[in-house]
Design a protein around this ligand. Structure first.
Ligand code: DHB
Length: 533
């Protein structure tokens, strides 16, 4: 799909714009690539829109904003449908002028399921998500739909934190006077006419980095404070947001960014928000069995294969010990033996406590009557790990949850290559392959790809000094899309490096929940030190 203009003109698709042959007063400003003005943001190329935003307190606000649409963010795009971004800048809120020139920039991706996400067809803020020229949702052709088939935000009207019909974070950010950048990114199912998969790992993270670089390179032209970029995303998008946070300016991505003609600028972000991040993929099968191994699989009503589950669970014990992470609030070393106690103390009981404290007396009494695993002493909720697991009930995925023996998961597709739709990315998955993989080993390029996709690598191995230092992490306690340890480990890794980590679990919420979006918006002001002008 031909979005964007020809060489030398900042791409603006489908909107009535002031036509300009070159963009901005100084299109050769340092920070752009050698390709001249093609990556220069055109301040004039916007439409002005008005939208109504309902705040978390229920009040409604009229926000007039400038909207820049479908700006191609690399000089040599592979597919502009995905490699383009939208910018929204508030100019008037409830009739009062706002100046967002120094405001934080919410960089909200709408990736779901590691699928392609496009903002090119959006008619205003929050309209991005899957789609564009992408094949319809679900697994790629030739790959059976998986136990792991993700619910992708966006096209299906999912109301995830980012993307989706509500696009809550973006709208609230706009109404708070922030600049909102919504990047598209290539995703795993994209296939060219030669049958080559061009959106598999690491395409999505490379694209998001290129988009950050574009914003940074346009400092002074694009409204907002380019040193206060706050990334946000949900699920696969949460994984990518945390990866963006952890991997700022890592040299590992340089060749990929060069190939795309990404702007020559930093891709470090100031803060990262991650809702239910589906990350640490190569260790997620073990973590999943440690967490949900005793729970019945949703699709069968029975527990997963006991041998497979136990073997994977044993892998988690070894992995967790090797991480040498310490729990928050002085918990000490986190191991497979004490992680249940850690989750209860640090996250689950406080989450239930906050939930119950917020109920009316009668609603609380009804909840307690229906949930006898939980004890309420008038102040605090307590329960056992086994009681909690039984309360959550059936697990969403079978075993292994991520690297399926039959290559049927979305993650298998994520690690596809060339014309191969899906590959194994763990030694265990490869060893137990049922598709006829010769050698029963992962391909030689897989280890490097895993590092490119895993924030834990950048935090714990690279100890990346250019990572973000502020983390907002959220997860529903009933989310069985991955192990509850995944985001807790991410939080512990960042906190272990001295970063500021705000991590809560939402009581009884499932995958994609965002029940405190107003707090996230307030947190952005707090960590960036921003006051609306
Ligand atoms: C998503 C969900 C999954 O269960 C998964 O394995 C990958 C991504 C998602 O909702 O983005």
């Amino acid at each position: 799909m031909g979005i964007g203009a020809g060489a030398g003109v900042a791409a603006v698709g489908g909107v009535a714009v002031t036509a300009r042959a070159s963009s901005g007063p100084d299109s050769s400003t340092q920070g752009t690539t050698g390709s001249g003005s093609s990556l220069a943001f055109d301040p004039d190329a916007h439409t002005t829109l008005t939208t109504s935003v309902t705040g978390t307190d229920g009040t409604t606000h009229s926000v007039t904003y400038r909207f820049w649409k479908a700006i191609t963010y690399v000089a040599r795009p592979v597919d502009e449908t995905y490699q383009s971004l939208n910018v929204s800048v508030p100019v008037e809120i409830d009739g009062r002028a706002v100046d967002a020139s120094d405001a934080p920039i919410l960089f909200a991706n709408s990736v779901g399921g590691y699928m392609p996400s496009s903002v090119a067809g959006a008619t205003g803020i929050g309209g991005g998500g899957m789609g564009g020229g992408a094949p319809g949702g679900g697994a790629p052709s030739g790959t059976p739909s998986a136990s792991a088939a993700p619910s992708a935000p966006g096209a299906n009207g999912n109301t995830n934190a980012t993307g989706g019909a509500l696009a809550t974070n973006q709208l609230l950010a706009l109404a708070a006077g922030y600049v909102v950048v919504e990047p598209g990114a290539r995703g795993r199912t994209l296939k060219d006419s030669a049958g080559e998969y061009y959106g598999v790992a690491p395409a999505a993270i490379v694209d998001l980095k290129a988009a950050v670089r574009y914003v940074r390179a346009n400092r002074g032209r694009i409204p907002g404070n380019t040193d206060r970029i706050v990334s946000a995303g949900t699920s696969a998008g949460g994984a990518l947001s945390s990866l963006l946070g952890a991997s700022g300016d890592s040299a590992l991505y340089e060749p990929y960014l060069k190939e795309l003609g990404a702007a020559d600028a930093s891709d470090a972000v100031f803060a990262a928000g991650a809702w239910c991040p589906i990350t640490d993929l190569e260790h997620a099968d073990g973590a999943y069995e440690w967490n949900w191994g005793g729970n019945a699989v949703q699709s069968t009503g029975k527990t997963a294969d006991r041998t497979v589950s136990q073997q994977l669970k044993a892998q988690f014990a070894e992995y967790q010990a090797g991480l040498r992470l310490r729990g928050l609030n002085g918990f000490g070393p986190l191991t497979a033996r004490n992680y249940d106690a850690y989750l209860l103390r640090q996250y689950l009981e406080p989450s239930a406590t906050a939930y119950l404290a917020g109920l009316t007396d009668s609603a609380r009494a009804a909840y307690l009557a229906a949930n006898s695993f939980l004890t309420w002493d008038g102040r605090k909720a307590t329960f056992t790990w086994d009681g909690f697991l039984a309360h959550v009930g059936a697990r969403k995925k079978t075993a292994p949850a991520f690297d399926a023996f039959d290559l049927s998961t979305g993650e298998n597709n994520l690690f596809g290559a060339g014309t191969t739709a899906a590959r194994h990315f763990t030694a265990y998955g490869a060893r137990n392959d049922t598709t006829g993989l010769s050698g029963r080993r992962v391909a030689s390029d897989i280890p490097a790809l895993l590092d490119l996709m895993n924030p834990m690598y950048h935090l714990l191995t690279e100890r990346n000094p250019r990572r973000c230092k502020h983390w907002w992490i959220r997860l529903g306690t009933k989310d069985t899309d991955t192990s509850l340890t995944v985001s807790a480990n991410l939080a512990a890794a960042a906190a272990g490096l001295g970063d500021d980590v705000n991590h809560l679990y939402y009581w009884d919420q499932g995958h994609g929940a965002n029940t405190d979006p107003g707090d996230f918006i307030a947190w952005i002001a707090e960590v960036t030190g921003y006051r609306k002008r």
